[in-house]
Design a binder for this molecule. Structure first.
Ligand code: NAD
Ligand code: UFG
Length: 336
């Protein structure tokens, strides 16, 4: 059985759908601080069967030991954590506690249960403002915010653990910008409050929940002046987790860090135009000042994941927009 911490969240649910489709048994573990039980019910509708989900906190030794006692777990995919960059600056101790302490408590429970395979949700944030794109895994690691530092700290903790316990198999997956939804439209991204990220903001404008998109900065040194990112379909990302998990299950006994991205950079305006094409909806938008902390451009060199995990992203920006719209149109208020 595969444990997915934070499994009721956006990426966790999509990964669970892919893993179940591939024949894996999964158990989700979540404190529902940023997700809802309805998401798990929707996953069960996709899977066509019940999916075990345990409510608890990765920072609780009691919760973690209980989980490993009750289930025969062979590997962990560790999604649980907080992910809002701005909030991480305002509440640094909460971020270190959830993301770093939470991982330490999980790893100690794994040691007690003799589980030595983990796939960790890292982020392109570990690169900060890269010197160039496409960004390879060998690029300098200098996160520009608290959230990114929590991710880099966990990467380093896992590398130190591997030095002490070389029989562990550890995949560090550095995601670029996950967007889109399951093609069924049953599960998708459902941020709390005003979305920080571009795609959920665009889809909420499309369903009339927000009047217009503010495009942060039109004077970047990019082809159209707006920020360029590597948007990756969440189903491709989920398949990347399946590949990484299968790699750990072969017991390679090493630490591998891999970018999960498409290798393509698209600007904010590229995404808006693609979304308008996919949805047939006009997205009113206005260029405003740059957002503090944003970089002009970053996109992945994903070739290492291709070589080592046999995984490459398959879906286009049009696919991402179509599926994001399908989800938001069917669920204008998300899982509410
Ligand atoms: P999400 O918030 O939808 O999912 C995270 C889940 O973890 C939520 O269901 C939340 O309730 C749960 N959780 C948080 N703290 C917990 C705790 N202490 N104990 C138990 N459960 C807890 O976010 P997501 O987009 O699915 O991201 C999953 C992981 O991927 C996170 O670690 C995030 O930092 C990382 N990541 C996300 C992105 C992105 O853009 N979505 C990019 C890079 C990395
Ligand atoms: N943007 C807008 N208007 C908005 C929201 C975003 O113009 O309302 C622009 C941003 O300025 C940026 C682009 O859209 O140019 C993408 O912004 P996002 O907030 O969607 O994504 P980021 O690249 O800033 O960050 C995201 C996640 C991080 C993750 C990182 C990895 O929020 O958690 O991708 O590269 F680590």
């Amino acid at each position: 059985m595969i444990l997915l911490t934070g499994g009721a969240g956006y990426i966790g649910l999509h990964t669970a759908a892919v893993l179940i489709g591939a024949g894996h048994e999964v158990v989700l573990f979540d404190n529902f601080s940023n997700s809802k039980p309805l998401g798990v019910e929707r996953l069960e509708a996709i899977a066509g069967r019940p999916v075990p989900c345990v409510q608890g906190d990765v920072r609780s030794r009691q919760d973690m030991d209980g989980l490993f006692d009750q289930h025969s777990i062979s590997a962990v995919v560790h999604f649980a954590g907080l992910k809002a960059v701005g909030e991480s600056a305002e509440q640094p101790l909460r971020y270190y506690d959830n993301n770093v302490t939470g991982t330490l408590v999980l790893l100690e429970a794994m040691i007690r249960a003799e589980v030595r395979r983990i796939v960790f949700s890292s982020s392109a944030c570990v690169y900060g403002d890269p010197d160039f794109s496409p960004v390879p895994e060998s690029a300098a690691l200098r996160p520009a915010n608290t959230y990114g530092r929590t991710k880099l700290m966990v990467e380093e903790i896992l590398r130190d653990l591997h030095i002490a316990a070389p029989d562990w198999s550890i995949a560090l997956l550095r995601y670029f910008n996950p967007v889109g939804a399951h093609p069924s439209g049953l599960i998708g991204e459902d941020p709390n409050g005003i979305p920080n990220n571009l795609m959920p903001f665009v889809t909420q404008v499309a369903v009339g929940r927000r009047p217009e998109l503010r495009v942060f900065g039109g004077d970047y040194p990019t082809p159209d002046g707006t920020g360029v990112r590597d948007y990756i379909h969440v189903m491709d990302l989920a398949e990347g987790h399946r590949a990484a998990l299968d790699w750990t299950l072969c017991d390679p006994r090493e630490v591998l860090a891999a970018n999960l991205g498409t290798g393509c950079g698209y600007s904010v305006l590229d995404l808006v135009k693609a979304f308008e094409r996919a949805s047939g909806q006009a997205i009113p938008h206005r260029i405003v000042a740059r957002r503090a902390g944003d970089v002009a451009a970053n996109w992945a060199d994903p070739s290492f994941a291709g070589q080592r995990l046999g995984w490459t992203a398959q879906r286009t920006l049009d696919d991402m927009c179509r599926d994001a719209w399908n989800w938001q149109r069917q669920n204008p208020r998300g899982f509410a």
